[in-house]
Structure formats: C-alpha cells, structure tokens
Design a binder for this molecule. Sequence first.
Ligand code: KG4
Ligand code: ZN
Length: 353
Amino acid sequence: MTVLGIESSCDETAVAVVRGGDEVLASVVYSQIPLHQPYGGVVPEVASRAHVEKIRAVAEEALARAFPGEPDPWARIDALAATRGPGLAAALLVGWTFAKGLALALGKPLIPINHMHAHLWSVRLGHPELRGADLWPQLGLAVSGGHTCFVASEGPDCHRLLGQTIDDAAGEAFDKAAKRLGLGYPGGPAVDKAARQAPAGADRAIRFPEGRVSADHPLPPGWRPELCVSFSGLKTALLAYVQKHPPQGEADVATLCASYQAAIVDALAKRADRALAAAPYRSLALGGGVSLNRCLREALARVAARRGVRLLLAEPCHCGDNAAMIAGLASVLPLPQDPLAALALDVDPSLPV
Ligand code: KG4
Ligand code: ZN
C-alpha cells in the first residue's frame, strides 16, 4: 500500500508518502523550532497556527516529490493516515482535520495512528532488509520531548506498555538542563554537543540521581516500577549543584553536561537491560528525538550486544517527529472495514500506548 501520512502532534508540520512499510517516497518536515525559540519551549497556540499556515504547502510538496511530473499524483495514494494522539490537542487537530478533509474529498480510507507506535516503527524506514527478518517480540524504547516509555511489541500494532517516566520525559530533562545552563532550545542537541567537549571521565565527575521509582509507588496496572523512571529530581539536583558551584566557563559547562547526560543515559540503559533480561526479545528498537543522542545509542548498543538481541536504530532523519513513520506504519496495517469510520473519531491528546 502507498500511504500519505500527516503528523502535527507538536512543533513539526510533516507530510510523507511511504510504500510497503519502509520505502520512503517523500518526507517533508517543516520545523517550527525558530518560532518557539524565543519562548524557550513549545507554545501550543503558536504551534497550532503555524500548522494551519503550512500544512497544505507541506502536503503538496510531499506529493510532488513522491511523484515528480505525475499529472494526478493523488491517484497514486491508496490511503491517508494521520496522528490522532498523543500530543498537543490544538496541534493534533490541524493535521487530523486536514486528513479528514482529504479522505472525504478523495474518497480514500483514513487510518488513525498512535504517535508512539509510529516512533517505534520508525526504525524500519529505509531498511527493506528488515522486512523478512524475525525481529518480534521487540523491546521498544521511545524517547522524546514528551515521552519516555518501554514497550513490549509483538507486531506493528500490538504493543504493551511496560513502564515509563512518572514525571518529566528524557527530552524534557535535556531541555530543562539546557535552559538552566543558558544553552538554548532545543536542549538535547546542545547538551549532547557540550558533553562532547568534556575530557574523558567527565561523565562520572558529578553524581546525579538515577531516577529510581520505588516498588511501592502507585502505578497503573501492568507498569513495572523497575522499568519506570523519574527525571524530575535530576533538574532539581542540577539547579542545586549550579547554585553551589556556578560554572566558571565552557569546561565546567561541558563537565556538567557530560555528567547530566550520563545520568539520563545510564537510567535508560539500565532499564533496557532489565527488560531484556526478563523476557525473550529478538530486537531492541530505539526511536524518538532523544534517540539522536550519541551516548544513548552507544550505551544501548552495548546492552543489545550483551543480551544477544538486534539493535534497531532509526535513521537520524526519522528520529525526531516526522510523517514517514506515520505513513510507514499505516501502510502495513489492515485497512479499516469502513474506510471512512475514522471521520467519527476526534483527536486524543493522551492516547495511550
Ligand atoms: O521526537 P521529538 O522530535 O519530538 C517530540 O515528540 O517530543 O523529540 C524532541 C526532543 C527534544 O526534547 C530534544 O531536546 C531531544 O528530542 N533531542 C535530543 C537530541 N536531539 C534532540 N536529546 C538528547 N540528545 C540529542 N542529540
Ligand atoms: Zn514524537
């Protein structure tokens, strides 16, 4: 199936065309980062307006790139897909409503997609060699500005949440640290870059809390405390440290970043290791914006090697929010019996895994 997918859950307006799950014919992402930079974070109203302004042009560009010179490129699309949640309500509404309009106008089926399931699918984009490979069950780790979750998957649309952050997401922890240290927004790439300037061993120079969630912490059914994490104490610890030892220059900032990043990466790697030890997985998939972090990629490669599972990493262009992951996942799902049943659905900002 060839699917046109739409993503607008946060601050990227994205449209892509994907065939057969992994063949990306076009993927256009309009990033709103410069619009939100002055505020140091995503402003939902600004995001929503920018989606409205850009979505049509982004869709037309994706279609033109996927089928250059084609007189009627819409005829080449078998179905439409869009993110229904989780995400910012006002932002989701733009893409979802645009997709509904297209489905109605074109008379093509509309497939609702869970953004987190799509991040977990993103590791397959551009990798047709994975099609026949025996990679299920898969342990997934989706790490972004809004989410940090461990997911056991039996297939593209068969997921069970094992644990997640009980407060801040990993990306949020990076963003808040960067704000404190004056490194700008988004914080993850800035902290990652600063940490690379630190000398060897700097990642162990300052001890930050590992974010353990106690066994008696009340959690929803099915979540395992040892696979949950709490990152909110980390930013408080950073603040306390910086107040006591104000950084005296770039070298101090680099050491702080290396140690802070190591705390996040260690917390995630330790939990991935625990999950892999507890059940017979065949692969470990890492998706989401934070999966761009070099230190996290290296740490999970070590964990996967130790546990004898195949590590699946998303291509850098598919780590952050994009629509190829939405279209890609939709293109391997069964078509809904009633092709327009999704028209009755609303967005769900807290759609669960
Ligand atoms: O998946 P994504 O693009 O959007 C959400 O769904 O949130 O993730 C964005 C997050 C931001 O918090 C950003 O700081 C973080 O991903 N990020 C990184 C890196 N690149 C982006 N975090 C750590 N290291 C990086 N290299
Ligand atoms: Zn995302």
